[in-house]
Design a protein around this ligand. Sequence first.
Ligand SMILES: [Fe+2]
Length: 473
Amino acid sequence: MMVSSSVSSKIGSTGRFLRVWHRVVVHWRAIVLLLILACVVIRAAHFDEFIRFDLILFALLLVFIASQIFWIGRILDLAEWFLPGEPRRVWLAIIAGVVYLFVFTYSYPDWGLSHVVRAADYRSQSILIDATFWWWFVGSLLAFLLVIAFGAADRAARAAGWVYCKARMAMYEHSAAPDTEAAPPSSGRRRFLERTAVLVGATPFIAAGYGLLYEQQNVEIVRQRVRLARLPKAFEGFQIAQLSDIHIGPFTTADYIRRCVAITNGLKPDLIALTGDYVCWDPEAQGEVVRVLAGLRAPHGVFGCMGNHEADVGIEDSITRLFAAQGIRMLRQERAPIRLGDEMLNLIGIDHGNAPDAERQVEGDRRLRQLKALVMPNTVNILLIHYPHVFGDHELGIDLTLSGDIHGGGQLSLDFIHRGLNLGSLMGVPYIRGLYENGGEQLYMNRGIGITGFPIRLGARPEITVFELTRER
Ligand SMILES: [Fe+2]
């Protein structure tokens, strides 16, 4: 009796699990819509910045899980089409789920078995697995969001048609207008919708492939004029090249960085500024990235500051020494006068740091005091800082801040459609890309040349920036 009741309870719980699973699959649109609405509410509410960040990340994770359920369902549809009748869908679902979980656990960062983010694995099979994983990750998530948008637009169009017919019937009571509510879509319309949905769903996968194989190394040279009202005459037309977020690694290779170095030298800048993140997560890569960047040439020198990755992997001191041995000066709570005749610019560099949340305020206040002591009044002050926490603090007297860090909006951006449509802005980051102005101070956010996390850039090309300083409007 006990055995049979235990077996029946197991069957019962399995049945309940399958019913819940089935409900999730059937109602995925409503679930995702609710999650997106929750995101909007969270964005609108004035939560503490870090709580909001975590909640948005959590909501994105849920959307991602929903997207994977959806795409596994579509893969099962395909499998059933190729294998009609046998085997049953539930077995296909179990096999697909096990395979998927294995690949995901192997690839996903910080789950112990991972090799994607933390380690630098240069073996070609690892690069191939990583590339495939991230292509699927980005492509399936974007495709899922597009499919939802497409489905919502279709529903809205049908609802509008229904309202229109009802209104017409009300106006002409004796009219024999058909009630479209009950009328199912014609087979021609259904075929059109299915084909359009397939096309819509396939586009992000193609785009992710483009971002992986081409855009992530398709460097753009950006020429930016910067007007500084108190620029000394001798510096009229002075050119500063900026490279940021180098991130040497399996996908940002030494050869690619060497190409960026050659392009930068070809621009013949007067000075070169490096704004941090020279490595990804591998401290041993510091030697190679320094050797490659040692090829940079500019008559007034090459200067830089530290990024968060140097702090995260604990190489701030060692990489500073390596750079110094190659004649590249890292400015760490330091300034360097740039002289032309009797006139000068004051170049300042500040560390990004990596203080834990509880100590962040203390570290920020200390950096601010150090920065105040480095600013020279009556001189143009140019600040190199990986992320511009201090931008907009007018008491400081910084004329121009050069930064990076955000990779043009988290490497995924639709800013060409509307400024602010990118991963960084979604996370609530205020400065993303390009030139910002605030009360006479200017900030330039460089998109960087390397990648971190997923090896894809979409709508956020890598850039080498060359600034031309001028007093003229
Ligand atoms: Fe970075």
